[in-house]
Write a protein that binds this ligand. Structure first.
Ligand SMILES: [Zn+2]
Length: 332
């Protein structure tokens, strides 16, 4: 059997898959990045041991993590869990777990997974985006991941969006990640006078009550999302963009956020059509999948996903239109 670990900035989640790819078990723990690299290593080992004890056998282990293994030094780089940068994560975990490992960038794992059997299935060029604690991307051509010469293919979260924007851990200011991640949205709300105790869900809920501070924050967020996504579309022109991570649950991203993408993309004629026609026939299809909690999603026809949600409604399947109507709210 196989264990997959999603090593996030906030949470670490492990699943056990049987030989047919069916999920047997899932466990989520906090990523204690404030306690340092050794704690993260130990927690991963404990998680693997727990899962193996539960299923009663030794498994193979694959890990998706922010950042990448440097092609030059073999150590971690570019992780927003900064205590891992410069560390030989791959070698240390192989030694601690006493077996060969597979390790890859989390957004690349997400993009490939979605392209192979998820919301991007059947599309030639897929750009997968994780918008959560950080912002990462992955590019898949014809079901093959494009990792890139320096293993940074798709890492558009550190393109600079606003020169005078917030400081980023990477050393620059105003990276996409500092503006359209969860912390980025919260920080923007606070910088503009918002209550410091509110999280993303609170801010979105507050905006829906007509609160002007929260609504203005969301409007800036959608505009930044539009500018950031337009960078990708203008270069890659993907057939499908699949969003994951906590912020992908924001239903308005797929209506208002989408309009901002349309505004900034270099193709007015196409955008005009996109506004008018059914999205199912549009070349670019933005669909939602809450990575980590949706077990399966498949394109039934272009623009229509069938999604099975293991934690909601007892594995009920739902057909969701990619035009992202109110139905998407059910995925929250
Ligand atoms: Zn950055």
């Amino acid at each position: 059997m196989r264990i997959g670990i999603d090593l996030g900035g906030t949470k670490t989640e492990g699943v056990v898959l049987d030989p047919n790819g069916n999920e047997l078990l899932r466990k989520r723990v906090q990523t204690r990045q404030n306690e340092g690299y050794q704690t993260i290593l130990n927690d991963i080992v404990l998680l693997v041991r727990y899962l193996e004890t539960e299923v009663g056998e030794k498994c193979t282990v694959g890990i998706g993590t922010p950042g990448a293994i440097s092609a030059v030094t073999g150590t971690m780089k570019n992780s927003n869990t900064t205590c891992m940068n410069g560390q030989p994560l791959f070698e240390d975990l192989q030694a601690l777990l006493n077996r060969p490992l597979r390790i890859a960038n989390d957004a690349n794992c997400f993009a490939l997974s979605e392209a192979l059997d998820g919301a991007g299935k059947g599309y030639r060029v897929v750009f997968g985006v994780i918008m959560g604690t950080g912002v990462g991307g992955g590019i898949v051509f014809n079901n093959q991941l494009h990792q890139g010469h320096q293993h940074i293919g798709g890492e558009w979260g550190h393109n600079i969006l606003e020169l005078d924007g917030p400081d980023c851990y990477c050393g620059h200011k105003g990276c996409i990640e500092t503006l359209i991640s969860g912390p980025g949205l919260i920080n923007d709300f606070q910088r503009n006078g918002g209550n410091s105790s509110l999280n993303v869900i609170d801010i979105v809920a507050l905006a829906s009550t007509g609160n002007t501070l929260a609504e203005a924050t969301l409007q800036r967020f959608f505009d930044r999302f539009g500018r950031a996504m337009a960078m990708v579309v203008n270069i890659l022109d993907p057939d499908a963009i699949v969003l994951g991570g906590g912020l992908s649950n924001m239903a308005r991203l797929y209506s208002e956020g989408r309009k901002h993408v349309a505004h900034y993309v270099f193709n007015d004629e196409f955008l005009h059509q996109l506004c008018r026609i059914n999205i199912a026939t549009a070349p670019v299809c933005v669909v939602q999948r809450n990575y980590g909690t949706v077990m399966k999603s498949e394109i039934k026809s272009e623009g229509l996903c069938r999604i099975a949600t293991p934690y909601l409604n007892n594995h009920q399947q739902e057909d969701l239109n990619c035009s992202l109507s109110q139905k998407n709210i059910r995925l929250l």
